[in-house]
Design a protein around this ligand. Structure first.
Ligand SMILES: *Cc1c(COP(=O)(O)O)cnc(C)c1O
Ligand code: SF4
Length: 349
């Protein structure tokens, strides 16, 4: 749905507005197979696997996938495989991070000191098959106006909270009216000094980074940090690069978090190229997450030793500021858990 007052007229040579692109995402295996010229044999498994967690891919992202290549690192992130429905190994859970129990006030996830996640909405522009929130009860987090006030009140009542992290879903799928209203309300809480936005939209629908959005962010009293989510250098095309540079030039800190994914970015060239491509757009790597053990995603898992050896190799190839921190999230801990790099490669037996 496109809100009436958000429709912007474009000349034919411009790409369509972000709202149009968001409304026009590909949501079926048939459509994907057609656009990507895939063999029909792949369809049935994808249709079945997408019953629990629907397919959703913006066309701007699809354009970066090589046609007919089932090993494409972007394709693997969005195409449902039969393994999603296979019996998961021990330790793979529906809510691996215990978010349901930390979600006492609707919309608020408060686990770490000084900062809270504000779940602004449940929807994302893209459905990443490895997503740890694939079973999260998003419906319960589509907040009513009353619940908004309660979530803001939760922050207001706790002077130790100096950073609010807009999360989701993807907070930038909210329309400007809602988003700007929220940023304004957070800015009115005196003890909050930083606003962080965790979003994949700059990567999957870069047109979302409009001048209006950038203006609104820079005029806030809050220090703004945008944490994007890109897993592979192929995701960063010219349009994505331009939108990331625009944020940087506006004085917004931009960081990246990635997930370490088997056969997608678990090799040295992929990680080196990602860090270099990010820095070309002034973005610094922040976290490289080990996969959260969520049911349906075990086929993306990279074993701990392999991850540690990869980090050792990465440190041998890049300046320290282009090496992300390898982390995992352990339910109940007061922060992400960083994983040390070994001194020599660990034998993988
Ligand atoms: C990851 C996360 C944060 C942010 O952690 P940082 O280490 O500050 O990036 C905050 N709250 C929750 C619940 C999180 O999962
Ligand atoms: S953008 Fe983030 S929250 Fe949304 S599906 Fe992908 S990994 Fe999950």
């Amino acid at each position: 749905m496109i809100p009436q007052n958000d429709i912007i007229m474009h000349s034919s040579k411009q790409t369509s507005s972000w709202q149009q692109q968001l409304a026009d995402v590909v949501t079926s295996a048939e459509q994907l197979a057609q656009v990507l010229e895939l063999p029909a044999a792949y369809l049935q498994a994808a249709q079945q696997a997408s019953q629990d967690f629907a397919i959703r891919v913006p066309r701007a992202f699809l354009e970066r996938i090589k046609k007919g290549d089932v090993n494409d690192p972007l394709f693997r992130q969005i195409w449902p495989l039969a393994q999603e429905n296979a019996q998961p190994p021990a330790g793979f859970l529906l809510d691996p991070l215990g978010e349901a129990s930390s979600n006492k006030t609707p919309g608020i996830i408060h686990k770490y000191h000084g900062r809270v996640l504000l779940v602004t909405n449940g929807s994302c522009a893209v459905h990443c098959r490895y997503c740890f929130r694939r079973h999260f009860p998003y419906g319960d987090n589509a907040l009513s106006s009353q619940q908004w006030l309660e979530a803001l009140d939760y922050i207001q009542q706790r002077p130790e909270i100096n950073e609010v992290i807009l999360s989701g879903g993807d907070p930038l799928t909210n329309n400007d009216k809602r988003l700007f209203g929220l940023i304004k309300a957070i800015g009115e809480i005196p003890h909050v000094t930083r606003l962080r936005i965790h979003t994949r939209l700059p990567i999957v629908i870069p047109a979302r980074i409009t001048d209006e959005l950038v203006d609104n962010l820079t005029k806030s009293r809050l220090k703004i940090v945008v944490v994007v989510h890109s897993n592979h250098a192929n995701e960063i095309d010219g349009e994505v690069a331009a939108c990331l540079k625009k944020l940087y030039l506006a004085g917004i800190h931009v960081l990246n978090q990635a997930v370490l994914l088997k056969d997608i970015n678990d090799d040295l060239p992929s990680q080196v190229n990602l860090s270099e491509a990010l820095f070309d757009c002034h973005v610094l790597p922040y976290y490289l997450h080990l996969l959260d053990p969520v049911v349906g995603a075990h086929h993306f898992e990279v074993k701990l030793v392999e991850a540690q050896n990869l980090m050792l190799a990465l440190q041998g190839h890049l300046p320290g500021f282009l090496v992300p921190k390898l982390v995992r999230e352990v339910d109940g801990r007061p922060s992400k858990t960083t994983i040390d790099t070994p001194i020599t490669p660990i034998s993988n037996l």
